[in-house]
Design a protein around this ligand. Structure first.
Ligand code: BGC
Length: 927
């Protein structure tokens, strides 16, 4: 027996004792509700479904049945589930199993468990007990009023040191100071539970008895289309309430609601807060303390706070103990009150809040002039500086300025912040050392200039930290390969995502823009799903997008905040593409169900209002920021797109109509599916008639020819707009065009994301890798060679040779060109979702080795658990390890024609691809 290999022993044991071996220990883990929320308090109930993962205990681990039980208290589980018992359901479904019990209401707290039966029918163990609790589901649940202070105005003066404005020119504007609000109350009896519900028109920070409700959470309630919807937060504050005197303290500032973001609209709005504390006592009685005229209002040490312009903090105005009971508030006034507007929906939060995610220590600090220090974070980042034990002296104001890049003389370059002042000040009340970070602003920066410290003191790298802020989404993926520069590119992509997933997907985090541009979001969304769990983040943002659809059906170009300009090709199409991507990455059909009618309206809008003979008209950005654009050179403009707007727009109409067809089928809407299929065919015919010329050349716009561009070929090839013959010819033209462009990419926001995938698909793998590994301008690795630590808006945002690009729109933290990230995961390492079984129910493992790479690997935390793909090659020998999560399956596509050489776990396969059950496998083959 001892001579038998382990594999054989295991097989014998399985045969002898199948149930005993299988059943033991199969216990669901990673239990979540809705869009991956773990034990949420204040849940929206919008997608009440249950998901779990199974441990991969052996190859083939899978589920054949499940049972979910839901109860009103934990002690009733699992046997006395009084709310809902699914019973044993024969089904492999372990992701988004819908709750089918009685309807739930605001505040309902429910407990749940799940167990499964494995692939041979053996019953597993119950999961841990989980819970979820509903938020306030309706405006009528809010009993109080909006409150704010009678806020004095201040005058912001600043030196406008932009190259566009004369050096040192003084400028100023009036602003309203942030409000401090407080309320004292007594709790006479023992508290069994307490919840604080809160929201703001603006952003708030709340504490009870001097303790912040959630110290990592910032910039809440987040950005929505404020005149339509506000998110609300729920906090379990049971442990913060004490018997006797208590106090609530709230700071409320402009956020995205008022301030400089709105300057062009001349709104003079002030921020407002709405809160409701609900206490349940041990004798069963309840007490509700809401915001109303009995609260107190004041200003305080934060005298100015603005998204773009920074924060001013005056320690002389500190009010020690203002958020604790017993504080002397004699000088505080009655707040201003406003009734709750029924037209603005108050909805429980659907994404994770912006939070402090990590702290960076600067790489260096240099004194560039007497008492002026520049801290280099070593990384372009988004968030705050935190001063730590920084030496200050009374009478000297500490000033913090920020930049993404330095001028050659070592001073900050701030022109690309445009009108965003982005400066913080701290006025000390005494000599000493301070630990402080701003609250009502955020910055995008690599460098922090600090001046005004105590004379003679020289701070070190330990005196400043970089606090990284973004929505609190877990990282769910990684990619690594043998080319270190590509690894830096992957890091830059992830940092671009960290910096711009800030309440909404933004174009950039530093200048006077920071908007939810739809085009940027749709090109980057697929990559973003590999890096982080973005399901809740995009689900929430898609509500913003849908909120801004106009009566005709046009989606906005920017959401929230996008009132003007709608319907642009490749931008507004995000309203269909992003939900589709959420379906692909998470198996989420709910977004489609929720917005289906609006999506359909969009497709019809394009058909009926925004096209002529199905050629999309109207405003568009074309292949935005295409480098070396001939049309820009001709017109003398700084930028231009050789690919016509109409071509991009029509192609996207086709692509999104096909997505609608797919989703209509998934949702069982067969008639709609047929309608979309027919419309797509018509668009295809119209596209070919309008844009495709002789012999597969895509260089016509109606009757006129236009300058050929890489993107004009990439788009129809990627979206499947050409018949087989034409596609072959067009592929040839694409390759020729790339060669004519010096074997460089020459693509903007639309062409770049699909460049390598199209080349690989038409058999030009070598060219795809040549472009990926290219180090001269324009290319991804050119930016890496210039020292980039994030993705840039332009291929030459900065170069060692020429310095910073002088354009006013020049962000060094723009994620759009990071859309190559999906190709790294899906094709270089070879780990992707399967469009026919989305959400990684089946994983496609199809690496395309090439270029100089000798190894590549990727992992991704799928809804079923961890999947990974790691290959290395030496000469023509290729070794590949694959991990398929439990209850999922995998399709392996072998990257070779020498099928005889392919072995999986030592067994010959002799086929080009193979379907495998969950588990770990080793593949060897000859390339
Ligand atoms: C943004 C882009 C955006 C574009 C629209 C710019 O100002 O930064 O990323 O997509 O406008 O073309």
């Amino acid at each position: 027996m001892s001579k038998l290999p382990m594999k054989t022993i295991a097989t014998i044991l399985f045969a002898l004792f199948p149930l005993a071996l299988h059943g033991a220990g199969l216990k669901p883990t990673s239990t979540t509700v809705g869009e991956s929320f773990r034990n949420p308090v204040g849940y929206s109930l919008q997608d009440l479904s249950f998901s779990w993962q199974l441990p991969l205990v052996r190859n083939g681990t899978a589920q054949t049945a499940y049972r979910v039980v839901v109860a009103s208290s934990a002690d009733k589980l699992p046997d006395k589930a009084d709310v809902w018992d699914s019973g044993k359901i024969d089904s492999p479904q372990s992701v988004k199993v819908d709750y089918k019990g009685p309807a739930l209401r605001s505040r309902d707290r429910r407990y749940w468990m799940v167990k499964v039966w494995d692939e041979v029918g053996a019953e597993g163990a119950w999961s841990e007990v989980n819970h979820f609790e509903a938020g306030l589901m309706d405006n009528s649940e809010w009993k109080g009023q909006w409150i704010s202070g009678d806020l004095p105005t201040g005058r912001k003066e600043y030196l406008f040191n932009r190259s566009s404005v004369p050096k040192g020119k003084k400028a100023s504007y009036d602003f309203m100071k942030p409000a401090y609000l407080r309320k004292e109350f007594g709790a006479s009896k023992e508290v069994t539970s307490a919840r604080f519900y809160a929201t703001a028109k603006g952003i708030y920070k709340a504490s009870i008895n001097g303790r912040q409700l959630d110290s990592r959470t910032q910039w809440v309630p987040g950005w929505t289309q404020h005149d339509i919807r506000l998110q609300t937060d729920t906090y379990d504050v049971t442990s913060l309430i004490q018997q006797g005197g208590n106090a609530i303290g709230v700071l409320v500032g402009d956020g995205w609601f008022a301030g400089q973001l709105h300057r062009k609209r001349r709104d003079n709005k002030k921020p407002w807060f709405l809160g409701q504390l609900e206490i349940t006592y041990s004798d069963g009685t309840k007490e509700v303390i809401s915001t109303d005229g009995t609260w107190q209002a004041s200003t305080g040490p934060i005298v100015f706070g603005d998204i773009f312009d920074g924060e001013d903090y005056d320690a002389n105005a500190e009010m020690p103990g203002w958020d604790k009971p017993g504080f002397n508030a004699r000088e505080w006034t009655k707040p201003e009150v406003q009734d709750i507007d029924k037209a603005v929906a108050l909805d429980p939060r659907r994404n994770q809040p912006v939070s402090e995610m990590q702290e960076l220590t600067p790489a260096s600090v240099k004194e560039i002039a007497d008492g002026v220090f520049i801290f280099d974070m070593g990384q372009n980042m988004v968030g705050w500086p935190r001063l730590v034990d920084m030496p200050v002296e009374k009478g000297s104001v500490v000033k913090l300025r920020f930049a993404e890049v330095l001028r050659p003389d070592g001073t900050l370059y701030v022109d690309n912040y445009r009108a965003a002042i982005s400066e913080d000040t701290y006025t000390p009340k005494e000599d000493g050392r301070i630990t402080w970070a701003p609250t009502l602003t955020f910055h995008g920066f690599q460098y922090v200039e600090v001046s005004g410290l105590k004379k003679g003191e020289k701070p070190g790298v330990g005196n400043l930290k970089g606090v990284v802020l973004h929505n609190a989404m877990p990282m769910t993926g990684g990619f690594e390969c043998s080319n270190e520069k590509i690894n830096r590119l992957q890091s830059n992509i992830q940092w671009g995502q960290r910096g711009n997933f800030f309440s909404v997907p933004t174009d950039c985090p530093q200048r006077d823009e920071r908007l939810g541009w739809t085009g940027d979001a749709q090109v980057f969304a697929p990559t973003s799903t590999f890096n982080m769990d973005v399901e809740g983040f995009f689900t929430k943002w898609l509500v913003d997008v849908n909120d801004l659809q106009d009566e005709r059906g046009a989606y906005p170009n920017v959401a929230p905040f996008g009132v003007k300009n709608r319907g642009s090709g490749g931008w507004s199409d995000a309203g269909i593409i992003v939900p589709y991507e959420m379906y692909m990455a998470y198996g989420n059909t709910k977004i489609f169900e929720d917005h289906y009618d609006q999506m359909k309206k969009w497709i019809h809008f394009l058909r009926d209002h925004s096209s002529k003979n199905l050629i999309r008209m109207g405003f568009g950005f074309g292949d935005w920021l295409q480098p070396n654009s001939v049309s820009a050179q001709r017109s003398g403009k700084e930028r231009g797109s050789d690919t016509p707007n109409a071509l991009v727009g029509t192609a996207y109409h086709y692509r999104t109509t096909l997505m609608m067809e797919h989703m209509a089928r998934v949702l069982g809407k067969e008639d709609d599916a047929k309608e979309f299929a027919a419309l797509a065919q018509e668009i295809k015919v119209a596209f070919n008639r309008a844009f495709v010329g002789e012999a597969g050349r895509v260089d016509r716009n109606g009757k006129k020819t236009f300058t050929e561009s890489q993107t004009a070929y990439l788009v129809p090839l990627s979206f499947g707009l050409l018949d087989e013959e034409t596609a072959k010819l067009a592929a040839g033209h694409l390759v020729r065009k790339i060669k004519e462009d010096g074997s460089h990419l020459n693509t903007g926001f639309i062409g770049t994301p699909i460049l390598t995938s199209v080349l690989a698909r038409i058999g030009e793998v070598d060219l795809a890798y040549e472009l990926l590994e290219k180090e001269t301008y324009p290319s991804w690795l050119f930016t890496v060679n210039q020292g980039a630590t994030t993705m840039w808006e332009r291929w030459d945002a900065y170069s060692k040779e020429k310095g910073i690009h002088p354009a006013r729109g020049n962000s060094l933290n723009h994620y759009a060109y990071g859309a190559i990230g999906k190709w790294l995961y899906a094709s270089v390492a070879g780990l992707n979702y399967d469009e026919r079984q989305p959400g990684y129910k089946n994983v496609i493992f199809a690496p395309i080795p090439g270029g100089t790479l000798t190894h590549a690997s990727a992992w991704h935390q799928t809804p079923y658990g961890r999947a990974s793909s790691a290959w290395k090659k030496s000469g023509d020998s290729f070794e590949w390890k694959v991990e398929i999560p439990a209850n999922s399956t995998g399709t392996l596509v072998f990257p070779t024609r020498k099928l005889d050489s392919v072995k999986v776990d030592g067994d010959p396969v002799g086929a080009a691809s193979m379907n495998l059950k969950s588990g770990n496998y080793t593949v060897t083959l000859k390339l």
